[in-house]
Design a protein around this ligand. Structure first.
Ligand code: G1P
Length: 281
């Protein structure tokens, strides 16, 4: 059973500047909630009980968001959040230097304590939640598993990309991985989307990897070692994924999720229709 989850939230948010000049990218709002609340909800809905959030300089707003609120009876959104928080233990650790995702994950070793765990990037939303599906694959194959999706060739150089053999519908055995390859060197169109179920062996590999793409310690490089030595599977996620570290995706997430929202969806749809009709006149 996967009971622990690690959420790296220490990235600098460079692609979201200037929004992220004084605000963590993980607290950027999507309709009613900051992005990281969707990620914590995804973990919770997948049966997770303990969460470690890896923060860094300038990220205190994340801790404040999950703290007790004086305004509890003023908003049903706060009440819903509070109900979830009563069932979760959330811990925090700060990455000292922004040395990359692989370095941030290293800070989770003591928390994970030799158990397999979920790793969910704090700036990605999946709808429906991807983690529960990944846990099912992990339980069937008894090996680490990462979520991937098919992306347009031109977008491959923004992702980790896998080389893989299909083992069943929607599940692949990973042969190799490369972080942010040049389009012409990408081994497939299957991109890593920031949802992972990992064996604690990942920490051994993270200790060994050197500086990789962009001068940072890359999780993808440790996963590459893992796939060679222990085996690694990939699950093809068919839902909707939004990378909120990117302005266009962030706007799309707001529009799509606002259209489906119970409270403002109908009115927003009407307004959007009129706006679109008028802009084609
Ligand atoms: C990270 C990972 C990359 C993955 C991506 C998904 O990159 O290193 O492999 O494809 O998340 O969002 P980042 O977006 O943090 O640069």
């Amino acid at each position: 059973m996967i009971k622990k989850c690690v959420i790296p939230a220490a990235g600098l948010g460079t692609r979201m500047l200037p929004i992220t000049k004084a605000q963590p990218k993980e607290t950027v709002p999507v309709v009613h909630k900051p992005v990281i609340q969707y990620v914590v909800e995804e973990a919770y809905l997948s049966g997770i009980k303990e969460i470690l959030i890896i923060t860094g300089k300038g990220k205190r707003a994340i801790e404040d968001h999950f703290d007790r609120s004086e305004l509890l009876n003023k908003s049903h959104y706060l009440e819903e959040l509070e109900i979830m928080l009563r069932d979760l233990d959330i811990f925090y650790v700060r990455q000292r230097d922004p040395k990359g995702l692989g370095d941030a994950v290293r800070y989770a070793e003591a928390f994970v304590d030799d158990e397999p765990f979920a790793l969910l990037l704090g700036d990605n939303i999946t709808n429906p939640p991807c983690t529960r599906m990944l846990i099912d694959v992990f339980e069937r194959y008894k090996a680490s598993v990462i979520a991937v999706e098919e992306v347009e060739v031109s977008r491959l150089s923004h992702h980790g990309v896998i080389k893989a053999d299909k083992v069943e519908k929607g599940v692949f055995r990973v042969e190799d991985l490369v972080e942010k390859p040049k389009v012409e060197e990408a081994p497939s169109n299957l991109a890593v989307i920031g949802r992972y179920i990992l064996s604690p062996k990942i920490f051994e590999y993270l200790k060994k990897v050197g500086v990789g793409y962009g001068g940072e310690i890359q999780l993808t490089d440790a996963l590459r070692e893992m796939c060679r030595q222990d085996g690694l599977y990939a699950y093809l996620y068919l839902g909707k994924r939004y990378d909120i570290g990117n302005k266009l995706e962030w706007l799309k997430a707001n529009v799509e999720l606002a259209l489906r929202d119970k409270e403002i969806g109908e009115e927003f749809k009407k307004w959007l229709k009129t706006l679109i009709l008028n802009s084609f006149k």
